[in-house]
Design a protein around this ligand. Sequence first.
Ligand code: HEC
Ligand code: HEC
Length: 201
Amino acid sequence: MASKRDRDRRGIRYSVMPAVCLCVLVASVWPLLQPEAASGQDSVASQKAFADAAQVFFHPRCLNCHPAGDAPLIKDDSQPHLFGVKRGADGKGVAPLSCALCHRDANQPGGPPGVPGWHMPPEHMPMVFQGRTPGELCRQLKDPRHNGGRTGVQVIEHIDKDPLVLWGWSPGQGRTVPKMSHEDFAAKMHEWVKKGCACPD
Ligand code: HEC
Ligand code: HEC
């Protein structure tokens, strides 16, 4: 016959075991209940990735085609473009000074830089980088009203492959390039998207 002490011990075991099991169960499914952790999202890491990458957007090789005004800019101090060139409705200039008149498929030594399709964003969607804070730029890149209807994933595809973006790292003529390599920049922007497209303040 079980002594009273045995019965008490069993009693404790029966009351503690379910509680332990419940804790183990909750601990194992908890991450799945958190939408962020479950999908690999992490807003702090995402924000930081964007903040690190932001320096590239504000480099003159990028900013000169993404100005606040209605004309492209030139050189490292982002001066007005020569000949009073203007954006034009489609970002391809105002005749006769269309971008393609001077900018060709490759950088011209001693002349205008170039890649196929050289132009700036159109009037109705100017995609301004100049004067934005990293947080403002981040929110703009996510906003379909200001980004040509792109999702975060489409923004990074553009960053991976667009010849105008790649040109920023081979601009010719001894022009300066962003400190961060294209590879590191693309990796940061992928991390930004993968971890949830969170924006710095
Ligand atoms: C009449 C010729 C001409 C036309 C038209 C022209 N450009 Fe240029 N562009 C140049 C020259 C020359 C340079 C080189 C200036 C320098 O770096 O000293 C230049 C430089 C630039 C740069 C500077 C790149 C950098 O960061 O160093 C940008 C941006 C640019 N052009 C955009 C445009 C856009 C966009 C258009 C059409 C809306 C356009 N250009 C039309 C001749 C032209
Ligand atoms: C010669 C001009 C030119 C240069 C230089 C340039 N861009 Fe752009 N950029 C454009 C044009 C034009 C578009 C719009 C293209 C479209 O909508 O298809 C664009 C769009 C973008 C977009 C998409 C924005 C959005 O809201 O979807 C990003 C991101 C971008 N550029 C990044 C860069 C970066 C980074 C650099 C420098 C490494 C750079 N660009 C240099 C012309 C330029």
